[in-house]
Design a protein around this ligand. Structure first.
Ligand code: ATP
Length: 243
């Protein structure tokens, strides 16, 4: 059974605008899958439909179903979805700028078990040793890459089964993109964590995921293994810059 199934999801904004027009996708247990597409294609909207961040004033799922394992989660609130193990790292590295990295991790832990908290925190610092070096800084003073690492670290503190990352490469240097993508792959492999990676950076993304879906104007226009997509002439022209 897939870890996550989207069946024909339709989202409207402002009563009329169709942001997604029947998006279907599946992510297997422990699989790393990408959702690729240009600006405004409907990627963030799809992620928000999964994490429960849409609402009457912020877009509404009007059709379709979303299942986490075999359970429909469409009628659950966002915190309940996090409690099930579904976590969403929003675009733009949302961290508490006035808190230190450590305080950010403390704030992100939702459990009551101090021992488990320490384990999780050490795990985060093991993946992102740079954060430990910046332990006394206010997070607002961290570099863009470090803030992205902290945002991912905060998500890991919720002990997710599936993590959704919205454009983690945005605004980062190619070298830093390689570093962060490398760590995401490592987390995926070690923790058997399913990953849904939303990106505009198709070239770097297709190097680390096993499969991808291409979305345009609210619809999935193509999907397949990373190898097959990389070899596709249309993908090369439109997503890989004619590479
Ligand atoms: P980006 O990379 O820019 O985030 P995206 O693929 O994630 O692009 P979405 O943010 O999902 O795209 O947007 C899909 C469409 O829905 C766009 O046309 C966008 O203008 C519109 N949209 C997004 N959020 C809202 C909102 N709160 N109210 C109205 N329209 C919205």
């Amino acid at each position: 059974m897939p870890a996550l199934t989207l069946e024909n999801i339709e989202v409207i904004y402002d009563k009329v605008f169709l942001a997604t027009k029947g998006v279907s996708l599946e992510i297997g247990e422990g699989e790393m899958v990408a959702l690729l597409g240009s600006n405004g294609a409907g990627k963030s909207t799809t992620l928000k439909s999964i994490s429960g961040l849409l609402g009457p004033e912020r877009g509404l799922v009007t059709r379709g179903d979303i299942r986490f394992g075999d359970q429909s989660i469409l009628n659950l609130g966002a915190p309940e979805r996090v409690a099930l193990g579904l976590v969403h790292v929003l675009e733009g590295r949302r961290v508490f700028g006035h808190l230190t990295p450590d305080e950010n991790l403390i704030a992100a832990y939702r459990g009551r078990n101090l021992g488990r908290f320490h384990e999780l925190r050490e795990q985060v610092y093991a993946y992102f040793p740079r954060l430990k070096e910046r332990i006394k800084s206010k997070s607002g003073y961290l570099s863009g890459g470090e803030q992205q690492m902290l945002a991912i670290g905060r998500a890991l503190m919720t002990e997710p089964k599936l993590i959704m990352l919205d454009e983690p490469s945005l605004g980062l240097s190619p070298l830093l993109v390689q570093e962060i993508f490398g760590i995401i792959s490592e987390i995926n492999a070690r923790e058997k964590l399913s990953v849904l990676l939303v990106e505009q950076n198709a070239a770097a993304t297709l190097d680390i995921v096993s499969r991808a879906y291409l979305i345009e104007q609210g619809q999935v226009v193509m999907s397949g293994s990373a190898e097959v997509l990389k070899a596709n002439p249309d993908v090369q022209d439109f997503y890989l810059g004619g590479a």
